[in-house]
Design a protein around this ligand. Structure first.
Ligand SMILES: C[S@@+](CC[C@H](N)C(=O)[O-])C[C@H]1O[C@@H](n2cnc3c(N)ncnc32)[C@H](O)[C@@H]1O
Length: 164
């Protein structure tokens, strides 16, 4: 499995992905990440224009799974923070469209709050299954949760975009 971990620092998810047996793993973060045996780390912004090509070359092909635990700097103003995290998750989704192989999966952190509806609609067109997940490690009093999409359908996405 080829996996991209967006927002990898300090490296917890990257370590778990390697342990779970993925054979090609690349973590990307603005911040430095201590080396993780079995993974490549890129210190940089995932929105850099050359990032899709760099990742596909390091993975030796398109990704089977793109994970995003990215979080923007929070302001403490809940509606603003919600908008920012959804913006980041949407960017990660469009980034995933560029580097995912057919049948691949996408997981991203969002916050409960409602404005992710448009993103969910796009995801439903692009993937065969989309659901939410709140893992036990995520604090119950936090509005953080994850969207989990599997079965990437690039052809269906192209058709939907062409008729939009
Ligand atoms: C909650 S932390 C990730 C924790 C990580 N999953 C782990 O298990 O150690 C969120 C990370 O997203 C990164 N991030 C935010 N915006 C980013 C961007 N545009 N490009 C790359 N990383 C970004 C931050 O630097 C931060 O380290």
């Amino acid at each position: 499995m080829r996996v991209v971990d967006l927002g990898a620092a300090p490296g917890g998810w990257t370590q778990v992905i390697v342990k779970r047996g993925a054979n090609r793993v690349v973590g990307v973060d603005l911040l430095p990440v201590d080396p993780v045996a079995g993974a490549e780390i890129i210190e940089g912004d995932f929105t850099d224009p050359d990032m899709p090509d760099r990742l596909i070359s390091l993975l030796d092909g398109k990704a089977d799974l793109v994970l995003s635990d990215m979080a923007p700097n929070t302001t403490g103003h809940a509606p603003t923070d919600h908008m920012r995290i959804i913006g980041l998750a949407e960017e990660a989704l469009h980034f995933a469209f560029e580097i995912l192989a057919e049948g691949g999966g996408f997981v991203a952190k969002v916050f409960q709050g409602g404005s992710e509806k448009a993103m969910l609609e796009t995801m439903k067109q692009a993937f065969s299954e989309v659901r939410h997940a709140k893992p036990p490690a995520s604090r119950k009093d936090s509005s953080e949760l994850y969207v989990v999409a599997t079965g990437f359908r690039p052809e269906r996405l192209r058709q939907a975009q062409a008729t939009a």
